[in-house]
Design a protein around this ligand. Sequence first.
Ligand code: CIR
Length: 266
Amino acid sequence: MKVQRQNLNKAETMFKHIIARTPCPALVDGLSEAGMGKPDYEKAMEQHNDYIRALQTCGVDITLLPPANDHPDSVFVEDPALCTPYCAVITRPGADSRRNEAELIAPALHRFYDNVERIIAPGTLDAGDVMQVGSHYYIGKSARTNDEGAQQLIVILEKYGMTGSIVTLEEVLHLKTGLAYLENGNLLAAGEFVTKPEFQQYNIVEVPVDESYAANCIWVNGKVIMPSGYPVTREKVARLGYEVIEVDTSEFQKVDGGVSCMSLRF
Ligand code: CIR
């Protein structure tokens, strides 16, 4: 069934659909700057199963795509596509080794959307750099997303009555490596994002430096899925009234991935 228009003025958008992809054995060769060693594939599979089980408790239907061993980072479906209420956007990932993930994810998007747009060369954009707050999208300019890609996305968003603005990143890989919008004005933020002027309008919930990995969380229909092992952040999120579901993502952390990177939510 194709995605229906939703009322963007609602305080919260309820997600109906999730797209995820089973990790492939080549995950062990995924791009990484973490310096934490290579992932254990068997363990990564168990952790991914737990992640899918956590999503299943959130009242969404889940499309689980098959492993794609020619694409080591393909479990991170968040980067080659952006799913908005009005259109999907096939991105042009900034890393050469991930460029073809755009074609890989395209058929799944066409199953749900009549309107499918594209980021084209010389633009590059990883949708891990894109954070939705209602009908506005913050776009991180990063090592992966260039100005041209961000500008193309703004034009696409405006075509469908939405807006976008650019945030320049200095420290982290992707915008959502350090930021998670938890709806209702609550913004989980780590490092460089805590003091950025564009986010001061939100209730910033600061993630301590030694728990910065926990800034990559997802809000799914009133619940917050976060990585396990970050008690201070967990407590802060729980105190906001959310039901917290913790999942172990240690094997994905070794290839710079986290909770948000492993699903498209729309
Ligand atoms: C990469 O470097 O592209 C992958 N190893 C990790 C991608 C993580 N995705 C995300 O933060 N949205």
